[in-house]
Design a protein around this ligand. Structure first.
Ligand code: ADP
Ligand code: MG
Length: 684
């Protein structure tokens, strides 16, 4: 084909014959039979055939005078009007009285009864046996400059290849699997989905529940799952330092704390320490709801590695969180005589040089930082463990890149990924199947669940009063300003303005401000004062979303809560409810609420359980958004829909095991078919 067509197809991600075959119809038109006009209902698309009774030009007056052509068609069972806004004289004379016409179009209900607006039509003669289509007509996703009529012949040619060349879309699923699941072969499934027969169960197809569709979704999800399983197998062939430690440092830290580990924390720390002692790299995901005490778990893992003579890197998603981790771990590690350093992009010059020297000499035991930690020229003497905090949106490519960067003396560091956004098991199977998983399924004792209310911003005055009352009673509050995320500047300005308003409205309260545009020192200062109780009300942007820990804060106000996603709101709310006092979260919204925003706010009001919220999130947003992989270009599903197809996952796991054990040679081509050649995850 020519370059112009190729370019248009590329816009639809179609580059190969296979891409065309996997470019599935959005829906179908039924042109397989002629519907009697008397049986037509508004809303359906149908082929009809009848005789023209009358054709005339009419004028409509809707602001401007408009000409249109109306043609009355009858077939003995009923009549319908064909309506054309654009027409020429030839058309007018062809649709003459007594002529037979076949039309296809959508039926709607107009002023004068049933009508079709701009139907496709052609004349038919009384005695000619004209045929109808033999199968349903596919309607494909299209792009500018490429219409259905342009794409259909291409797909038909691709399907022709499929019929004539047995090597197109070879079958990689074992017969036994196909038989057990009652699935057609891949070739049959693809052919069926493009051109279903006239008697196809359309309702089933619309729900994506036809075996032919299921089979395609199944194979796609299987390919993603397999690619991660394969990656996992390869990682297990890599070498990592065996981190052996009796746990002296950890015991010293725990002895100094005013509380005991929860049982869940103990269990997870145990799982991590066992992994660290192995000569293969740990790849473990720790999921624990907001406030479940993940920092302490990370600190214990770090102490294990440090005791065995290695260094640890801790990566946080924001500078603010990195700074908080620095303060926390310094307080914990100082009595143990361990050096902790912060390395962010903002630390420059001599200070930076000194930290780099300490990292390179091994003197610095724990280095905390943001992404800059690995982007810069940082050389560890003996990096044993990398902890990635609050990074559920950490795709497989990033995990690999980070591991490669820590590669040292033929060894890969162990990796611990911590997230407060629980990943539903189903999603984990296709997004995280290369990782082991630990769950901190218990909160420290004595916490009272956060009570959430949803109010319109017309009641802002009441909300301000509520802050007043709470702070006067000795509690602390957050006031979070949100704006459309793309503009950090605007968001900061909103926080600045709000802080000024609230300061004026609440002269008795000590109000402070924190946002992403402030200098690290200023942020630190504001955070420290809030933590020490010198500030009553902290006005903030969403920079405080993750990780921030001030147990005395018990009231959280979120403005324009309708703009944020479920996971983000849950995270924000997680900033309160960290102490013993009953906490409250006020989600303020600006009316009108979309259906979807309403569902989100209701879900938050209904539950505090992060796993429940994650499931809801998956249902409402889909996996690409939940994992943040859509932006990152990861986990691009073409056919499968995780929410719709999640019931397939147990079978997928089984089939993956079967293939890896009995047909390992089928695995790479199967992965390549769905993930492309660029997706050889295992190649690091
Ligand atoms: P998250 O899991 O959200 O990262 P943090 O690690 O910030 O939670 O911990 C939340 C708070 O709970 C911190 O103030 C921390 O010191 C405290 N904490 C952690 N573990 C325990 C425990 N076992 N008992 C009581 N408090 C704990
Ligand atoms: Mg945390």
């Amino acid at each position: 084909m020519g370059p112009r067509l190729a370019e248009r197809l590329a816009r639809l991600d179609i580059r190969t014959v296979q891409d065309l075959l996997f470019h599935l119809p959005l829906r179908y038109q039924d042109r397989t039979r002629i519907t009697p006009i008397g049986a037509l209902r508004p809303g359906i698309e149908a082929v009809i055939e009848g005789e023209v009774q009358l054709t005339q030009v009419q004028f409509a007056h809707r602001g401007i005078k408009r000409r249109m052509l109306l043609s009355q068609l009858h077939d003995g069972t009923g009549g319908i009007t064909l309506r054309f806004f654009h027409f020429n004289a030839a058309q007018q004379s062809t649709l003459a009285r007594g002529v037979r016409v076949r039309c296809f179009g959508e039926v709607r209900f107009g002023k004068a009864g049933l009508e079709m607006v701009h139907p496709e039509y052609r004349l038919v003669s009384e005695n000619s046996v004209t045929t109808v289509e033999e199968s349903l007509t596919p309607i494909y996703p299209t792009t500018a400059g490429l219409h259905q009529q342009g794409i259909r012949p291409l797909t038909q040619r691709a399907l022709g290849l499929l019929h004539n060349h047995p090597d197109t879309l070879r079958e990689w699923l074992p017969d036994a699997v196909l038989a057990r699941l009652h699935y057609p072969t891949l070739r049959e499934a693809v052919a069926y989905v493009h051109y279903p027969p006239p008697d196809a169960p359309l309702e089933l197809i619309e729900q994506g529940a036809h075996p032919a569709q299921r089979r395609l979704a199944f194979e796609e999800l299987l390919a993603h799952h397999l690619s991660l399983r394969l990656l996992r197998q390869r990682v297990q062939r890599h070498a990592a330092p065996e981190l052996e430690a009796r746990g002296k440092l950890m015991a010293a830290l725990l002895a100094a704390l005013p509380f005991n580990l929860t049982r869940a924390q103990q269990r997870v720390i145990g799982e991590i320490r066992r992994d660290l002692a192995h000569a293969t790299p740990m790849l473990r995901l720790v999921q624990g709801d907001v406030g479940s005490g993940k920092t302490l778990v990370a600190a214990c893992a770090a102490l294990h590695a440090i005791e065995s003579g290695h260094q640890v890197a801790l990566m946080a998603p924001t500078e603010l969180l990195a700074e908080q981790h620095l303060a926390t771990t310094r307080a914990w590690f100082a009595p143990l005589k361990l050096e902790v350093a912060l390395l962010t992009g903002k630390i420059k010059g001599k200070a930076r040089a000194e930290i780099l020297t300490h990292i390179a000499s091994g003197q610095c035991a724990l280095v905390i930082g943001t992404h800059a930690l690995f982007q810069e020229d940082v050389n560890f003497a003996r990096l044993g463990l990398v902890v990635i905090d609050e990074q559920h949106r950490f795709g497989v490519h990033q995990r690999l890149a980070l591991r490669t960067k820590g590669f040292n003396h033929g060894l890969y560091p162990h990796q611990l990924i911590m997230t407060a956004t629980p990943i539903p098991r189903t999603l984990a199977m296709v997004g995280y199947a290369d990782l082991d998983s630990s769950v901190i399924d218990e909160l420290p004792p004595g916490r009272t669940p956060v009570e959430t209310v949803v109010v319109a911003d017309t009641r802002r005055g009441d909300v301000v009063e509520r802050v007043h009352t709470a702070c006067r009673a000795g509690r602390q509050a957050y006031w979070v300003c949100t704006l459309i995320e793309e503009s950090e500047t605007l968001q900061c300005q909103a926080a600045i303005d709000t802080a000024a308003q609230l300061t004026a409205a609440l002269p008795e309260l000590r109000v402070a401000l924190i946002h992403g545009r402030m200098k690290a020192k200023e942020k630190e200062h504001a955070m420290r004062r809030f933590k020490q109780g010198e500030v009553d009300l902290l006005v903030a942007t969403t920079v405080i979303e993750v990780g921030v820990d001030v147990p005395n804060a018990s009231l959280m106000i979120v403005e324009n809560a309708e703009r944020l996603g479920l996971a983000q709101l849950h995270q924000l709310r997680g900033r309160v409810g960290r102490g013993a006092t009953a906490s409250h979260c006020v989600l303020m919204y600006h009316a009108p609420l979309s259906q979807y925003a309403k569902a989100r706010l209701n879900a938050l009001r209904a539950t505090n359980d992060g796993f429940e919220i994650a499931r809801k999130d998956l249902e409402l947003r889909g996996p690409g958004e939940v994992l943040g992989t859509r932006q990152a270009g990861l986990l691009q599903l073409h056919i499968a829909d995780l929410a719709r197809d999640q019931h397939l996952l147990p079978e997928i796991e089984q089939t993956a095991t079967l293939l890896l054990n009995n047909h390992p040679d089928h695995v790479p081509p199967l992965i390549r078919r769905w993930l492309g050649v660029g997706a050889q995850y295992g190649e690091v």
